[in-house]
Write a protein that binds this ligand. Structure first.
Ligand SMILES: [Zn+2]
Length: 78
């Protein structure tokens, strides 16, 4: 068997095994869901109603930082 995440050959205990280790399975799961998270996590003006202008700016910065990290994660895994 070839692991779908790292491409290493491994001996599968089960016929339907696709990954060599739990870590690789986890990574595959994260990679599959990262782009979805990036799309869904969007800042709206409505959120701003509950925050002060300064807090909202801070939140925008944090969201931008999260998006960058998700994007990096997604590109590196390819
Ligand atoms: Zn692997």
């Amino acid at each position: 068997m070839i692991c779908e995440t790292c491409g290493r050959e491994f001996t599968a205990r089960r016929n339907d095994a696709r990954y060599c280790s739990p870590a690789c399975r986890q990574k595959a799961y994260r990679d599959r869901h990262a782009p979805v998270l990036a799309r869904r996590f969007r800042l709206t003006d409505e959120m701003g109603q509950y925050l002060s202008a300064a807090e909202f700016r801070e939140l925008q910065k944090l969201v931008a930082r999260i998006q960058t990290k998700i994007d990096n994660n997604t590109t590196q895994s390819r």
